[in-house]
Write a protein that binds this ligand. Structure first.
Ligand SMILES: *Cc1c(COP(=O)(O)O)cnc(C)c1O
Length: 410
């Protein structure tokens, strides 16, 4: 099998493209016409391949799905309008009232909010410390169907016990749903730890340019859906490895309609071609910035799996190609957080992550504000915590920017 980047940049050519185009064109269409109406019926019934309606399928989106499937080494992918749509739709399509989901408590804030909504709709969720596999095993009940984790959590960068939880899910017949957004398939392939389904926000590293939203769920082909009680009879056709993702597509994407548009799919596909190049640079920049901050007298703490002081440093080394391009740090008392952030010239105050630009956010005052001070304290979110999503700028410029901000603000 060819290397990671070779596979991505030549992915579209695996299918013939009109006029020999090297890029899959943007198919700005909702509907598809058939000269023989029987072929339209066959496409609906799934007896012949064919496009039906833009909410479910589009050739440009299909090409991106094939690309992500190649990146993850999976079986089949389904794209969504956003990463949140991918998570919400998948869980809605696969779980029902009375089921139990075990989730990491170190969770992207909106996913946490979404899971609390599921609780009020009858799907129970236990939030556990997923850096400890025992916490997951102790939470398993007869009605547990799925375990949801992130690879590296944001903003405090906890690293999940990915391999141990994978073994547990296999032994207990649970769907293992892994959010690979923070690592991307370049740093880590959840297939290797037994993931059943992988979700990525395409908005972040895969798209990489902060110019389009998208999400994707990939079936790894490692879970036997024949043993899963919630698959509708109509989707129990063909190899059982495909039943889950078919139900996600039909009951989830089709019925909810959070579909990815072809223009966004094109932006994301073009962005994905440089994933490996960008991540190499972003991870190297992150390591340099963390070394600098870790040694700085005006910094109280740095959270980055690449530092040997990080509690899951060894685990991160074993699992990931690099320890990621996102970190957070706490300022010493005497540094005013607003003065520091406003003094930065290269680093931008912004909420996104995975962009080519380096972005900083004061965590307690923004993405964790809604939680209130007590919940923040229990999660170890200090008022001075700044999350940095590292971009591809020149290392020297980033270090100089931090230094001049400390000098002025400190
Ligand atoms: C951003 C993010 C999401 C949600 O993705 P959107 O495309 O913004 O909806 C989910 N999980 C993680 C880990 C994220 O960082």
């Amino acid at each position: 099998m060819k290397g990671f980047t070779t596979r991505i940049v030549h992915s579209d050519r695996q299918e013939p493209i009109e006029h020999g185009s090297l890029q899959k064109p943007v198919h700005a269409t909702v509907a598809y016409g058939y000269s023989d109406a029987r072929d339209l019926a066959a496409a609906f019934q799934g007896t012949k391949p064919g496009y039906t309606y833009g909410r479910q399928v589009n050739p440009t989106v299909d090409a991106l799905q094939a690309k992500v499937t190649r990146m993850e080494g999976g079986l089949q992918s389904v794209c969504f309008a956003t990463g949140m749509a991918a998570i919400g739709t998948t869980i809605f399509a696969l779980l029902k009232a009375g089921d139990h989901l075990i989730s990491s408590s170190y969770l992207f804030g909106n996913t946490n909010s979404l899971f609390n909504s599921f609780i009020s709709h009858g799907i129970d969720v236990s939030f556990v410390d997923a850096t400890q596999p025992e916490a997951v095993s102790e939470a398993i009940r007869p009605e547990t169907r799925m375990v949801f984790v992130e690879t590296i959590a944001n903003p405090r960068t906890q690293v999940t016990a990915l391999a141990e939880i994978g073994e547990l899910c296999e032994q207990r017949g649970l769907v293992y749903f892994v959010d690979n957004t923070m690592t991307s398939p370049y740093l880590f392939q959840p297939r290797k730890v037994g993931a059943s389904l992988v979700i990525s926000s395409l908005t972040k590293y895969i798209g990489g340019h902060g110019n389009a939203l998208g999400g994707v769920v990939t079936e790894m082909g490692q879970f036997d859906w024949a043993g899963f009680p919630n698959i509708y009879d109509t989707y129990q056709k063909g190899p059982s490895a495909n039943w889950g993702i078919t139900q996600v597509k039909k009951k989830g994407l089709r019925d909810f309609g959070a579909s990815l548009g072809p223009e966004a799919a094109h932006h994301l596909a073009v962005g994905s071609e440089t994933l490996a190049l960008r991540m190499e640079r972003q991870c190297a920049n992150a390591a340099a910035m963390c070394r600098y901050l870790d040694a700085h007298e005006k910094v109280k703490a740095v959270y980055y799996p690449g530092l040997s002081s990080h509690p899951q440093h060894d685990r991160a080394r074993e699992l990931f190609r690099h320890p990621g391009a996102l970190f957070s740090f706490e300022l010493a008392e005497e540094v005013n957080i607003w003065a520091f952030l406003n003094q930065l010239e290269v680093v931008v105050s912004s909420s996104n992550l995975g962009d080519n630009r380096t972005l900083a956010i004061p965590v307690a005052h923004t993405i964790y504000f809604e939680m209130g001070p007590e919940r923040r304290a229990s999660m170890g979110i200090d008022d001075s915590l700044i999350r940095i999503s590292v971009g591809i700028e020149d290392e020297e410029d980033l270090l100089t920017d931090l230094e001049q901000a400390f000098q002025t603000a400190g």
